[in-house]
Design a protein around this ligand. Structure first.
Ligand code: FAD
Length: 476
């Protein structure tokens, strides 16, 4: 009898515990990916993530074909499709790696119950996190709400070693599936994915290449340079991790190996490890506080009076706020489906604090435009910036987009690349073009209000307005 392996957020062959277990059981494998956009509570993927998914599935299908098998593609509600498929192939067992959102957990429970009632076994595994969220507990047995103690506790726990399938591949005869092209995951009219195609190689091979490139490059100096958007100093593994094209286990073993063989400094490795644990923390929060994408973690924020300035929101989305660092970030996002972490913080803070826009509006835009749009990291990070989250930045921390630009893009390479209409300005004035003398603007071909906007709000005024508004809800 065959084993059915149900791929979800784990689009890889390497270090895939569900796949490895099915293979080790010696049964012929039938492999399926299900596009489920109909089950209750499922949040439909945004445009950029759909593009990524299409590419990633193409890569997975090719990798499976190279082993002599075929990936079946199905669409529909999991509760119907998976048991039907398992029955139709006479599967003895269904294997999957676990998911952590409330809707996904409910679906998986229902599918499991339907399968086991029908005499089909279910084997589920922890595949995409270093630690299952419920295994990290406070002294009193509850969830953590603060990162540092979470991290301290988590790093003392054992992590499984990444494993590659060792048995020969044996495939069952798969039933017909749908064609990937029929799913129209890639945009056609207009085709806005060109910049993403140039920036990324979705799929397992792309993930391993990104990891290798990081170990040879950005890792060296990561601790000091990871905040610099003008340098290629971070791993850019986020979309690969999001879709499970690489396991965090594999990434950390490789990075730690660079430390033991002397090619990476302990400081840089430690910083990278702690960033990967921020992802673990977000999933810990998502699991224990499943409403994290909708409700303020700190409910004092429920009384906050958002201004919801639609004109500002529009300008922000299009990268036309008049603040060069914010605009460069928003354009990087639109063009490549990704934004550097430091700029994400500045851009999010700008929308929330300068624009008094509800963080959920920004989270939605990121959800639609990020290739790494993640059900845990995205809302947890937005709430962190808003000050409404677990272990959040204090509400009175209002990033100054000019000072941030001067500090983290000191030579202006990042802004010049994504905001080319300012490229001719000297670095000393690039992050605050409104202070440039007329002659300098003229020479650089910049006409404020025409070729590039004036600031949509004044920083000092907006900062004070935000502080006053936050005072009213007396957040601690
Ligand atoms: P690296 O610096 O190379 O880090 C390695 C990995 O660690 C990342 O791939 C990521 O998985 C994890 N990581 C790094 N920083 C963080 C962080 N601050 N929080 C959680 N995990 C982290 N990350 C997403 O993966 N998906 C999102 O939807 C997302 N939305 C965000 C929204 C906002 C407003 C902010 C401020 C941050 C968001 N992040 C999100 C976190 C972070 O910006 C990205 O993970 C990071 O920029 C990815 O780049 P990298 O892979 O080069 O990171």
């Amino acid at each position: 009898c065959p084993a059915l392996v149900w791929f979800r957020d784990d689009l890889r062959l390497d270090d895939n515990p569900a796949l490895n277990a099915a293979q080790a059981a010696g049964r012929p494998l039938v492999l399926v990916f299900l596009l489920d956009e109909q089950s209750d509570g499922i949040r439909a993927l945004g445009g950029a993530a759909r593009w990524w998914l299409g590419r990633s599935l193409g890569a997975l299908a090719t990798a499976i074909e190279a082993k002599g098998g075929r990936l079946i593609l199905r669409r529909g509600r999991a509760i119907e499709t998976i048991p039907d498929l398992a029955r139709s192939i006479g599967a003895e067992a269904v294997y999957w790696n676990r998911r952590y959102g409330a809707a996904e957990i409910a679906i998986d429970k229902a599918v499991k119950s339907a399968l086991t009632t029908g005499g089909i076994a279910v084997e589920s595994f922890g595949g995409n996190l270093l630690h299952e969220p419920w295994t990290i507990e406070t002294q009193s047995g509850g969830p953590f709400r603060v990162f540092t103690p979470f991290f301290r506790r988590a790093v003392t726990q054992a992590v499984r070693a990444p494993a590659r399938a060792t048995s020969p591949w044996l495939f069952g005869s798969p039933p017909e599936g749908e064609r990937l092209e029929g799913w129209k995951l890639e945009p056609s009219q207009p085709d806005w994915a060109d910049g993403m195609r140039r920036a990324w190689t979705p799929g397992e091979e792309g993930a391993l290449k990104a990891l290798a490139a990081f170990i040879d490059g950005g890792l060296n100096g990561y601790a000091d340079q990871r905040d610099r958007p003008d340098l290629t100093s971070t791993s850019r593994l986020s979309p690969h991790l999001r879709f499970g094209e690489i396991s965090p286990h594999r990434a950390l073993v490789a990075v730690r190996h660079a430390e033991t063989d002397g090619s990476a400094a302990p400081r840089d490795v430690a910083k990278f490890v702690s960033e990967v644990y921020w992802r673990e923390f977000s999933y810990h929060l998502l699991f224990h506080f499943p409403d994290i994408g909708r409700a303020n973690f700190n409910d004092r924020f429920d009384a906050f009076e958002w201004a919801d300035d639609e004109a500002l929101l529009r300008a922000w989305r299009r990268g036309l706020t008049g603040y060069p660092l914010v605009d460069a970030g928003m354009r990087q996002l639109w063009q490549t489906g990704w934004m550097h972490n430091r700029v994400r913080m500045v851009a999010a803070s700008f929308l929330i604090k300068h624009g008094l826009t509800d963080w959920r509006r920004g989270e939605e835009w990121f959800w639609d435009t990020l290739v790494d749009a993640d059900p845990a990291n995205n809302p947890a990070s937005w709430q962190w910036v808003a000050g409404s989250g677990a272990d959040a930045a204090p509400y009175f921390r209002v990033f100054n987009p000019v000072a941030q630009g001067e500090k983290f893009d000191p030579d202006g390479h990042y802004v010049r690349h994504f905001v080319p209409e300012l490229a001719g300005l000297p670095s000393s004035i690039l992050h605050k073009p409104w202070e440039a003398p007329p002659a300098v603007l003229l020479q650089a071909g910049v006409v404020l209000g025409e070729t590039y906007p004036r600031p949509i709000v004044d920083h000092a005024w907006a900062r004070q307005r935000a502080l006053d508004r936050f005072q009213r809800i007396r957040v601690q």
